[in-house]
Design a protein around this ligand. Structure first.
Ligand code: NAD
Length: 308
């Protein structure tokens, strides 16, 4: 496996930005790409900007860097780290993926989008480059089937937890085609260079952590509505008061993103046959209604809590 000097992170959302920051802290240069917005925001329009303007085209990735600066106050934030992160977009900068020793896919949790992206990556992929997915639980095999045999051996799951800079766990998920040397090489990179604790998980729906965690959150939502518990009551007994610094139930859901949580729960619902288990992963209407209203959690400014 290549020595990791340059990485690329595709998707600069909640996870992509945090992963890029963590890699930059570890001395790795990172190309961070997102999509070009399909239309100008009203503010850009009012300011007479154009979609041809590179600053507008790189807006999502560049804004992620600004967000990182805000959310990583001193002593965690160091200007040199941000300089190692290069913002770009998947329309203009895709060929630059050829420079990367490790490409991390951190786009929206949808198999069809991830398969399409992998097939596009294959066109610029250089032999030896590792391609990993940060998926919360989508089948690595189903993703890797979208590319030819040679790249497939370099595809695996590296599932970072939120927030990636601070959470020490990474699930490493080999697919059926992944070369054993890539798995052990990535285990070393994650442990020794990125300071993470690695658990190797099977490629089953939602792997280990989200198979258990998603179930727990869905049961909590069910009990909340059945017994009339409030969001505040549940967070009071599942957060700092029991020694979990921030990870109270609904604060966590807001941090994860409610749209992402719905995709993650649906993944098990759609891929298990046992009707009892299916029922356990059915998403309640309360959550789908919130997503429909655009209440996506912290990233949208409103979730179970309103961010002021
Ligand atoms: P997000 O919604 O915050 O960000 C996704 C980003 O991907 C957006 O900026 C979007 O514009 C971009 N994107 C979508 N399609 C793209 C494409 N084709 N090319 C380039 N960019 C594209 O999502 P997130 O929470 O960061 O999740 C990303 C991945 O990480 C998902 O697979 C998710 O399941 C997984 N994950 C999320 C969490 C969490 O707590 N949010 C934790 C672990 C893993």
């Amino acid at each position: 496996m290549k020595t990791i000097r340059t990485a690329a992170v595709i998707g600069s959302g909640v996870m992509g930005a945090g992963i890029a920051a963590h890699l930059a802290n570890a001395g790795i240069r990172v190309l961070m790409l997102d999509r070009v917005p399909d239309r100008l925001s009203p503010q850009d329009e009012a300011a007479g900007k154009s979609l041809a303007d590179p600053e507008v085209r790189n807006r999502l990735a560049a804004e992620a860097i600004l967000r990182l600066k805000k959310t990583n106050p001193a002593p965690f934030y160091d200007e040199r780290y941000a300089e190692r992160i290069m913002p770009g977009n998947v329309e203009d900068d895709f060929a630059r993926l050829g420079e990367a020793d490790w490409i991390i896919e951190a786009i929206t949790e949808r198999l069809d989008w991830k398969r399409e992206l992998l097939a596009r990556i294959e066109k610029v992929w250089t032999p030896g480059t590792v391609v990993s997915s940060n998926t919360s639980g989508i089948s690595i095999a189903a993703m890797a089937e979208s590319v030819g045999e040679s790249m497939r051996t370099h595809v695996l799951g590296t599932h970072f937890f939120n927030p990636p800079r601070y959470m020490p766990l990474v699930e490493l998920i080999p697919g059926p085609f992944t070369d054993a040397a890539i798995v052990s090489g990535m285990e070393q990179v994650l442990e020794q260079r990125l300071g993470k604790g690695v658990v190797i998980a099977k490629d089953t729906p939602n792997f280990i952590a989200n198979r258990i965690g998603t179930y727990g959150l869905l049961v909590t939502l069910k009990l909340m509505t059945e017994h009339g518990y409030t969001v505040e009551e549940i967070d009071a007994v599942t957060g700092p008061a029991i020694g979990r610094p921030k990870s109270a139930t609904f604060r966590t859901l807001d941090l994860v993103g409610l749209d992402t949580f719905v995709h993650v729960a649906n993944n098990v619902y759609e891929h298990v046959d046992d009707p009892k288990e299916k029922e356990n992963f059915a998403v309640p209407g309360l959550l789908t209604d919130m997503v429909r209203r655009g209440w996506l959690g912290e990233k949208g400014g409103q979730g179970f809590y309103k961010k002021l």
